[in-house]
Design a protein around this ligand. Structure first.
Ligand code: PMT
Length: 420
């Protein structure tokens, strides 16, 4: 029987784990252990600083591979010492990444084995900064991170909480399970492409993108609600893709069971009214809105304080209109590029075109939700994108993550033409 570990998309991957000199270096040991359990080959490179916190022996035992600690030591295990790991890597993860390492990497320095490998590799590179809050928030560290992002590095945002230095704030290394999950999500998303040497597009750096996802719940009483079949997959895929392209992403999510994509700020809501309020709070300085959520058009007029008891005969519900969030955004539109979705079961393009106009949108993504492999809950979608300039572009069945990038290509194009 296939085990959960064997089924991981990290199985067989060569992961170069750079460990730098921070107190969180001990967490890297568990990262190795988890990656090994998932079937990955883990090659650890330790900086001199890291060796003050954890021994080379620990990583060697855990990874079952030689550990590189010195660029000048005689290397017997790899064919071309300085760049062998750079070539072998399917992905490079530096965790923890100190402010010093980030500064060196941002300048393209190569004065030890880790920085040399980072400079030489064509594999995707993830860095997980971990340091004291003041160091993390220092403008120079933030500039270095921005520069790394601009060069296609993936920055795993630090967590907030109690730090080793006794203070509390941002700068804590995320838990090993989260770091591993970031790599799994990355390989799941297909963002690495067929050729790992193709770096992620970074065309949304400096842009604020607001995405809505999932359905809404409109309560009838404390235990019942009116809802719909949206799982949030489409919107979460767009949020993930936008973050990977460098945008500052706010994801307003209805009640769904999905993990927040890396680097995304998530605001959870339940009802259409709550989604309306959350979206409007974020709207003024937003560059683009992608409304993949399936919002309830109506809600029960009354919300019973106690569970409604059954009685003989029929029960009549009176429904009242919810705000049309996207229409309101269209009315208040300034610099924003607006993208709506239309979920239709018949006359798909005709109805979608009507919504494009009525809601003053730049694009509408029309999906025929009568198909099983498109629209609600499927991992795939098949759509036509209608532009306000009258263009109709058909897109064949593909993963929602791949479609997300196509939608963002249109958004990035509109933004670069000065629509924001
Ligand atoms: O979440 P998944 O399971 O992945 O499914 C994806 C999806 C099918 C939900 C998604 O692809 C999709 O089509 N979302 C829009 C569904 C929908 O409700 O369409 P609509 O035709 O009712 O609304 C048109 C647009 O107006 C949508 O962008 C919607 O977010 C917005 N709207 C609708 C009603 C309302 N009161 N306020 C709104 O903002």
């Amino acid at each position: 029987m296939e085990t959960a570990e064997a089924a991981s998309n990290l199985s067989g991957k060569h992961i170069v784990l750079g460990v730098t000199g921070g107190i969180a270096a001990y967490k890297a040991v568990e990262v190795v252990s988890r990656l090994k359990k998932l079937g990955a080959h883990v090659h650890v490179i330790m900086t001199r600083g890291a060796q003050n916190f954890v021994t080379e022996l620990t990583f060697r035992e855990m990874s079952d591979e030689p550990v590189i600690t010195d660029m000048w030591a005689k290397v017997t295990h790899y064919h071309v010492e300085h760049i062998a790991l750079a070539k072998l890597a399917d992905v490079v993860l530096v965790a923890p990444a100190t402010a010093n390492f980030l500064a060196k990497a941002a300048c393209g320095m190569a004065d030890d084995m880790l920085t040399t490998t980072v400079l030489a590799t064509k594999a995707p590179i993830f860095v997980a900064p971990a340091m004291n809050t003041a160091m993390y928030e220092n403008a120079m560290t933030q500039e270095n991170l921005e520069r790394l992002r601009a060069h296609g590095f993936h920055v795993i945002e630090p967590a907030s909480g109690q730090l080793a230095c006794g203070t509390s704030g941002s700068g804590r290394l995320p838990e090993p399970v989260e770091l591993v999950s970031v790599l799994e999500q990355f390989f799941d998303s297909g963002a690495q492409g067929a050729d790992a040497s193709v770096r992620q597009k970074r065309d949304l750096v400096g842009r604020k993108v607001l995405v809505t996802a999932g359905g809404t719940h409109e309560p009838l009483d404390p235990v019942r609600y009116l809802g719909n079949r949206s799982t949030g997959k489409m919107g979460f895929a767009v949020a993930e893709a936008a973050a990977q392209r460098g945008a500052d992403v706010v994801l307003v999510a209805g009640p769904v069971g999905l993990a927040t994509p890396v680097g995304v700020r998530r605001v959870d809501v339940l009802t259409a009214q709550e989604m309306h309020d959350a979206v409007l709070r974020e709207y003024a300085d937003t560059d683009a809105v992608i409304k993949a959520a399936a919002v309830a058009d109506y809600r029960p007029k009354e919300r019973a304080g106690q569970k409604i008891k059954k009685k003989d005969g029929s029960l009549f519900l009176e429904l009242v209109r919810n705000p049309d969030i996207l229409k309101e955004l269209g009315e208040k539109k300034q610099q924003q590029v607006l993208v709506g979705f239309a979920a239709e079961t018949e006359r798909v393009l005709e109805y979608a075109a009507g919504k494009l106009k009525k809601k003053n949108l730049d694009f509408i993504v029309a999906n025929d939700v009568s198909r099983k492999d498109a629209g609600f809950s499927a991992d795939t979608n098949c759509v036509t994108i209608l532009g306000r300039d009258g263009t109709h572009t058909e897109h064949p069945l593909m993963s929602k993550r791949a479609l997300a990038d196509i939608i963002l290509d249109r958004v990035a194009g509109a933004l670069s033409q000065g629509r924001a």
